[in-house]
Design a protein around this ligand. Structure first.
Ligand code: GLU
Length: 530
């Protein structure tokens, strides 16, 4: 058998669903950590510089699923140390959207928790203290370089066709020089000293990674001139003190991880396990655009997209599950999640398929009595808003009527909004039909209306499209001068005021016996006066 140190680097196994065993094996050094159920702590750490978009929701979702799968906790932390970029109300809104989407954090700025505060701007002491620790141990130093000097360095690098990097000049200041400048209150930052000899690390998704960051980057700033930490410092300090076990974040951060690992090493801290999630792109491989405004979670919410449809489509276009299938809800996403199957391939999102996902999840909701009641409330509000003045009879707003409509249209509609569109207006507004319109179609309207009323009273509540279609076909045989096609036109007119739309039988089933009788009795009256 191969010695452990040479065996597969990438190993993440779930033993009887109780134990997440993560075995990391780096060149020469074996690190094997066994995470007990409940020890898993993951975080979503957005910067509140804008509203939550689909890419962010996906990162949050994978963290949430991972936490729930292994009985752990999902933490929401706001990385708001770049105060100049903070958008007012964005932090609140991000948390609102996570709640709406059904991936609520266990600990967060709003919910609190034992390792809070969860807003970085309220943890400044911790970053200053850690920077001090790094300064004292010689892993960090004060840098007094002016912005003019840094600009010059940049320009020179560009002129020589090189990537700009800080030349680490202040590393070499003597202790007295530093004290003198500090005494003179020369503006300064704190930089972390990047050492060479970075150990390779094992990414849960990208596998073995080795990046000698000191060879390509200058020493990074960890405390800015305004005393605020940069992302790199704040991020590792918080992951450490918040006892984060697994960092699952976007692959754009893979390149920074070596830098973070050097910081962990300098501080003598055990780093978390890293897993970098592949990108989420448009189906043509282009970047998901935030400018279009259509990938913000609030836009989906406003447009009647169901959160479970959004979660389903974002997980179906990527990896991480034993197989992909449409219609999964969060509990199924959790049980079918398998982190070892996450690949490095970008996930290609086809938003044109969203209505299909919504259609399936809307059907699920209609079939769940509790959810259906909420849909009924929602629809009542939408109907009143859309047709307030035109609703003559409040019967169409009754729970039973709306429930029947929902059950009948489920599987056909992909959003509740569709039901208040002009195509379905007949469901809520009784048509205004003139006796002239009726007379233009047939002189036998009275007869037809009474025959249909008879069918309806015989069938009672038990209306089905197939049987009604047959009943209606035989009806024309009982009229003397009206052809089947005109019978249908008349019924369509009387029931909906429209000339086109769903089949007459379908319309009748949606309307139900009470509403049909009401509309046909009106036809009786109209034809009586013609
Ligand atoms: N604040 C960073 C972001 O918004 C977090 C990156 C990380 O998860 O480490 O992308």
């Amino acid at each position: 058998m191969m010695p452990l140190s040479q065996r597969c680097f990438r190993c993440l196994t779930v033993v009887r669903n109780r134990l997440v065993k993560i075995q990391l094996n780096t060149a020469g050094t074996r690190r094997c950590s066994t995470v007990q159920q409940g020890d898993v702590r993951v975080r979503f750490a957005p910067s509140p510089t804008g509203f939550l978009h689909l890419g962010g929701l996906r990162t949050a979702l994978y963290n949430y699923i991972f936490a729930k799968k292994y009985g752990g906790s999902f933490v929401l932390r706001m990385e708001d140390t770049d105060q100049s970029r903070v958008v007012p109300a964005a932090a609140e809104s991000i948390e609102d959207m996570l709640e709406w989407a059904g991936v609520p954090p266990d600990e967060s700025p709003r919910r609190g928790g034992s390792v809070g505060p969860y807003l970085q701007s309220q943890r400044l002491d911790l970053y200053t203290q850690t920077a001090q620790q790094l300064l004292e141990s010689g892993h960090a130093y004060y840098c007094f370089c002016s912005s003019q000097r840094l600009d010059l360095l940049k320009k020179e690098a560009f002129r020589n066709g090189q990537t700009p990097r800080y030349d680490n000049r202040c590393r070499h200041l003597r202790a007295e020089q530093v004290q003198e400048k500090l005494g003179q209150r020369v503006p300064h930052v704190v930089r972390f000293r990047l050492e060479t000899g970075v150990e390779p690390f094992e990414d849960m998704i990208f596998g073995r990674n080795h990046h000698e960051v000191a060879q390509v980057e200058g020493d990074p700033v960890v405390i800015k001139a305004d005393g605020f930490p940069t992302y790199h410092l704040a991020n590792i300090v918080d992951d450490h003190y918040m006892r984060i076990s697994h960092v699952l974040r976007g692959s754009e951060w893979l390149i920074s991880t070596s830098k973070h690992l050097l910081m962990y090493r300098a501080l003598g801290w055990q780093p978390p396990t890293f897993g970098h999630l592949p990108l989420l792109l448009n189906k043509d491989g282009s970047k998901l655009s935030k400018r279009q405004g259509d990938i913000f979670i609030q836009s989906f919410q406003r447009d009647g997209v169901l959160p479970e449809a959004l979660l389903d489509i974002t997980t179906n276009c990527g990896s991480g599950f034993n197989s992909n299938r449409i219609g999964r809800r969060i509990d199924e996403l959790i049980s079918e999640f398998n982190p070892t199957t996450i690949t490095t391939h970008s996930a290609l999102l086809d938003l044109e398929k969203l209505p299909e996902f919504n259609r399936i999840h809307l059907k699920h909701r209609i079939e769940d009595e509790q959810q259906c009641r909420l849909l009924i409330n929602d629809l009542q509000g939408q109907i009143q808003q859309a047709y307030a003045a035109d609703i003559q009879d409040k019967e169409v707003l009754q729970e039973d009527y709306i429930r029947r409509v929902l059950h009948f249209r489920k599987g056909h509609i992909s959003s509740l909004q569709q039901l208040v569109s002009p195509l379905y207006s007949y469901l809520w507004v009784r048509p205004s039909v003139s006796s002239q319109q009726v007379a233009a179609l047939t002189a036998e309207a009275q007869l037809i209306a009474s025959l249909v009323l008879k069918i309806i009273s015989e069938r009672g509540e038990d209306l089905a499209v197939d049987r009604l279609s047959k009943d209606l076909k035989t009806l024309a045989k009982q009229t003397k001068a009206t052809k089947n096609i005109d019978v249908m036109k008349l019924l369509r007119l009387a029931l909906s005021g429209l000339q086109q739309g769903p089949s007459v039988a379908e319309m009748m089933v949606s309307l139900g016996p009470v509403e049909i009788s009401h509309r046909l009795r009106k036809l009786l009256l109209l034809s009586g006066t013609s």
